[in-house]
Design a protein around this ligand. Structure first.
Ligand code: CO
Length: 134
């Protein structure tokens, strides 16, 4: 079951500059940078209860965010729903015809189990499902 809007993610071409903006200009608390090798991203989280802002940047200049930034200067990249049972939610949505970017959830930032729904299944919006590690 989907239980919360876990985070909203923004793709940024200059991670340090964007971190400064969110810390200094917007005054949000900064949780730190995490490199997510499986997703080829560097991520920076800013908790803003009951949700968070996630900045995503290519890790080593490659991966899906690098491809995104080849086409756009940056922008809203995805939103993430928190799930209390991601396998059940994937099965439920697959049965309704939703397509996913991978066959099964993988480990993402914060060791959460994550999977992305294909944007063509959601009016062009990339939606991540995330189940926090127990
Ligand atoms: Co995310």
């Amino acid at each position: 079951m989907i239980t919360a809007l876990d985070h909203i993610a923004i793709a940024v071409p200059d991670l340090d500059k964007a971190i400064k903006r969110f810390m200094e200009d917007f005054g949000l608390p900064f949780e730190g940078v995490e490199e997510v090798a499986s997703a080829k991203t560097s991520t920076a989280f800013f908790p803003l209860p009951p949700t968070s802002i996630e900045l995503v940047h290519p890790l080593n200049g490659e991966g899906p965010i690098a491809k995104y930034l080849e086409k756009k200067p940056g922008g809203l990249h995805h939103l993430c729903f928190r799930s209390d049972d991601i396998d059940a939610d994937v099965e439920h949505l697959r049965a309704k015809g939703y397509q996913f970017l991978s066959d099964a959830p993988t480990l993402g930032a914060h060791n959460c189990k994550v999977i992305f729904i294909h944007p063509k299944s959601c009016d062009g919006v990339l939606i991540e499902l995330s189940q926090p590690s127990a």
